[in-house]
Design a protein around this ligand. Sequence first.
Ligand SMILES: Cc1cc2nc3c(=O)[nH]c(=O)nc-3n(C[C@H](O)[C@H](O)[C@H](O)COP(=O)(O)O)c2cc1C
Length: 362
Amino acid sequence: MSSHPHLLSNVTLGALRLPNRVIMAPMTRNRARADGTVPPAYGEYFAQRSSAGLLITDATMTSPQAVGYPNTPGLWTEEQMESWRAVVNEVHAVGGLIALQLMHCGRISLEAWQPDKAMPVSSSPVRAATTMLRTPALAKGPAAEPRALELNEMPGVVAQFAQAARRGREAGFDAVEIQAADGYLIDQFLRDAVNRRHDRYGGSAENRSRFLLEVTEAVAKEFGADRTGVRLSPDGTYNDMRDNAPLDTFGTALRQLAALDLAWVHLGSMGDTDLCRRLRDVHGKPFMLNGDFTAESADATIRSELAIAISFGRAYIANPDLVERFEIDAPLNTPDPDTFHGGSAKGFTDYPLLQDVEIEEY
Ligand SMILES: Cc1cc2nc3c(=O)[nH]c(=O)nc-3n(C[C@H](O)[C@H](O)[C@H](O)COP(=O)(O)O)c2cc1C
């Protein structure tokens, strides 16, 4: 076998030694309890997928105000921490590595999910032209009108990320990923289509990346920079996002992140584009990349040194043994979008392993 890095070769990400470069992308599955604790099924779900180089959890909320969707996990209470500890223990018992993704939804929320039915917060009072999941039955409707966070509220929001990271460390997670992508709160500060502030958190790219930097420094202080990753989506339009100068915005953010020497930077839904290559040059090292990859395109992107690892989302929902399938070039199960969000074990822990299918066919 060639010694050149490839999809199935091992790799070091900061303090983590991964057996392969197939990462399970973070995915919100809306099967947490109403109090933000995760039920035992989460342990089974992640343990089933433990041959991944690294598992990344569902976006986990840093505070009650951070919540934007029904039945998402949290990490602001001891009970939530204990429920995650049980999941982590199950993954470690089968030799897996698991990172916690932390998120604040910001304006991608509804008064119904907020404490005291308050307005959701954002960088600026700009409503997202997008639809939101509502219960019952996960029906959809418009996002709420947000209010701008006051300057004196900023340290508190940063501290909630740090506190959740501390609980994540206590729960035994191997690493933490900050969700700064996909139009959630940190991205609402980063990108100029939403951020209309005139204080030190708005205007220039330096100012717009200040909140990201403060959160990342605070989380890295709790977890260690070598166990901290950041997820960004420089060209993503999800949740009504845009930026007029993504190379400037994300180049500025990445230059500052590079100084922190993080375990990884994960670019969501970004293939081998010119912007990605230019940002890699700013960043100075390959990214963890995501979005519509196959085993072949993932392998080629790692060999081209654009990516150090590739995360797989939907393929991991449907294929707990994705690594083993990639190893022998086996066919993949097809994911069922109807069971992505909410529900029971169906579409969560019941996708068949290759060996189950082979036994059945035999
Ligand atoms: C059901 C579902 C939930 C998702 N939830 C999250 C999330 O919580 N955090 C996040 O960063 N990305 C989330 N994503 C985006 C995925 O991480 C990934 O970027 C996306 O699925 C594209 O990768 P793929 O083509 O390999 O599926 C989600 C995607 C899906 C399908």
